[in-house]
Structures are given as C-alpha cells and as structure tokens.
Design a protein around this ligand. Structure first.
Ligand code: C2E
Ligand code: CA
Ligand code: CA
Ligand code: CA
Length: 284
C-alpha cells in the first residue's frame, strides 16, 4: 500500500531484523552441521558435447539440518564465509570429494572439480590441506581442479592477493588444475586473467541463457563466441555453465566450446548416480 514513509521504515526494519535473526540461526546451525553429519556432496556432470561422454564432475555442497528443510548453498555459503566456518567446511568438502573421486578416477579416468572460497585460500595451511586430501585417498594431482572466482580476491589487499596467487601457482605447478568460475561476471575479468594462474574458464550462465538460437541473440552470441575464442587463444579450456536447452548446446558446439554443464544433461546428483552413469553409460 502507498503508506507514509514512516510506516515503510517500520516494515523494512522488521524485515531486516527477521533476516538478521534467520542469519544468526543459520550460523548456529552451521556450527554443529559437521559433527552432526548434515552435509553431503552432490556431483554435476560436465559433458563433452562432441562425444556425449562424461568428462568431469563438479562437487556441490548440500546441507540438510536434521531439524529442518535443506538450505540452499546460495544462502549458507556466504554465511559460512562471513563466520569463518567455511574453513572447516571446505576441508570436509575437499576430503570427501577426493574420497569419492579416487575410485572414479582409477576406474574411469573421471576427474573432479571443487569450489574453494577466498577465506580458505587465505589460510596458510591451504595447500597442505589439499595435498593431504589427495595423498590420503590416492587421487593424482592432475585429477583435481579447484574453482576460484575473481570476486574472492577483491576483498583482500594487494599483498595478500599476491600471496594467494603464489599459492595457486605452486599448486598448479604440482599439477592441480585451476578454473576461473563465473567468468565474465566480474568487473575486471580480463585483468585477472593476466595475473591468475588458470587452466580453465567457466563461462557464467548469464552468457549461456540468452543463446536461444533464434531472433535477437546476436549480441549474446558474439559475447560467448569471444570468450570461447579468448580461451582457445590462451590455450585454456572452456566450460559453459547452465546449459538448459539443446539449442544452447548446439550453439556452443558450433562455437567450438566442447565442455558443457547444465540441467539439459543432468542436475547435481548423488555419488551413487555418478557410479551408475559410469557403469551403464550416460542417460542423455
Ligand atoms: P557455482 O559454483 O556457480 O555452481 C553452479 C550452480 O548452478 C549450482 O548451484 C548448480 O546446481 C546450478 N546449476 C547447474 N546447472 C544449472 C542449470 O542448467 N540452470 C540453472 N539455473 N542452474 C544450474 P548450487 O549447487 O545451488 O550452488 C550455488 C553456489 O554455491 C555455487 O555456484 C558455489 O558458488 C557455491 N557452492 C556450492 N558448493 C560449494 C562448496 O563446496 N564450496 C564453496 N566455497 N562454494 C560452494
Ligand atoms: Ca563452481
Ligand atoms: Ca559458476
Ligand atoms: Ca556462482
């Protein structure tokens, strides 16, 4: 209703407080989630569109509090970062992703990609954590990709950023792959591309969604094509995110983007489903 400004402020204040309360509640829940075994990993297939083969899987964290409904990572990951809990949670993710992937890699050569947050990279123990997880489960270094975003570096000063870039370079020299996630959405993607040690560009879904294959999508097409060409020129591989339609997959194939990920092929699924896909062949 078109009520006065004062009433609106009351409503905002009320909503703000409710949101803050919910955030506190989530952080309290996250603190106990590890010991209560409330996390699981889902894995989303990354498919080679030229062969239809499963190329990689992305590990995505799922949280179902024992007392309630699942909470979306889009909600709890930022709060886990803010509270610092992401460090322990991220270690759990690396540990479990390496454990699951070891068998997949050994039998089928399937590799895994894991999201890491800036807060984890800032820990001086980060590379030890990664290498320990690989060793413990016998996963070779080249079978693991770490996904980072440029935005995770923006929160830090120049010295800290330089240190993180150093850590990533060292890991990369050891054979671990680095992917730049959500590519194209930051303010300085190209500048970062020059300084960051990366192997893979993950083209953000916002570039894929408008690829309808018809009418007014010429500009969208030009943007995506340019990113694919940029990747090729820099000898990086490109993965298109959020592919939902056959037209999008077709457009990407024509642009020379082989690797795609999205609901068209599969949503994130549980590990047992990946086992079944590997054993019986893909169901797309
Ligand atoms: P992201 O890394 O960009 O992951 C892709 C997200 O897009 C996933 O959402 C995935 O389920 C969703 N998605 C996949 N295909 C499609 C599609 O065709 N259409 C649409 N609309 N969406 C699709 P999810 O699993 O909810 O994760 C959200 C975000 O939470 C991730 O975005 C990532 O930034 C963060 N996240 C998830 N797991 C972890 C983790 O283990 N560690 C960290 N640091 N962040 C994580
Ligand atoms: Ca990702
Ligand atoms: Ca992404
Ligand atoms: Ca994202």
């Amino acid at each position: 209703a078109k009520s006065g400004g004062k009433n609106r402020i009351v409503v905002f204040d009320h909503e703000l407080r409710a949101a803050r309360l919910r955030h506190t509640e989530i952080i309290t829940g996250l603190r106990r989630a590890l010991e209560r075994n409330e996390f699981t990993l889902a894995y989303q297939p990354i498919v080679d569109v030229t062969t239809g083969k499963l190329s990689k899987v992305e590990a995505l964290l799922r949280w179902r509090p024992s007392a309630g409904r699942p909470v979306s990572p889009a909600v709890f990951i930022p709060l886990a970062e803010e509270s610092g809990l992401i460090v322990d949670i991220g270690r759990w993710v690396l540990e479990h992703a390496c454990a699951d992937a070891a068998g997949w890699y050994e039998r089928y050569g399937l590799t895994v990609t894991v999201n890491v947050s800036g807060r984890q990279l800032r820990e001086t123990t980060f590379s030890d954590t990664v290498l320990a997880a690989l060793t413990r489960h016998g996963l070779p270094r080249h079978a693991l990709t770490l996904e980072i975003t440029e935005s995770m570096l923006l929160a830090t000063g120049a010295t800290e950023t330089a240190r993180i870039v150093g850590v990533l370079s060292d890991l990369r020299e050891l054979g671990i792959r680095i992917a730049l996630d959500d590519f194209g959405t930051g303010y300085s993607s190209l500048a970062y591309l020059r300084t960051l040690p990366v192997d893979i560009l993950k083209i953000d879904r916002s570039f894929i969604t408008p690829l309808t294959g018809t009418d007014h999508d010429e500009q969208a097409h030009a943007f995506t094509q340019s990113i694919v060409e940029l990747a090729a020129r820099l000898r990086l591989s490109a993965i298109a995110e959020g592919v939902e339609s056959a037209q999008q997959a077709q457009a990407l194939r024509q642009m020379g983007c082989r690797l795609v990920q999205g609901y068209l092929f599969s949503p994130p699924v549980e590990a047992a489903h990946i086992d079944a896909l590997l054993e019986h062949g893909p169901d797309w």
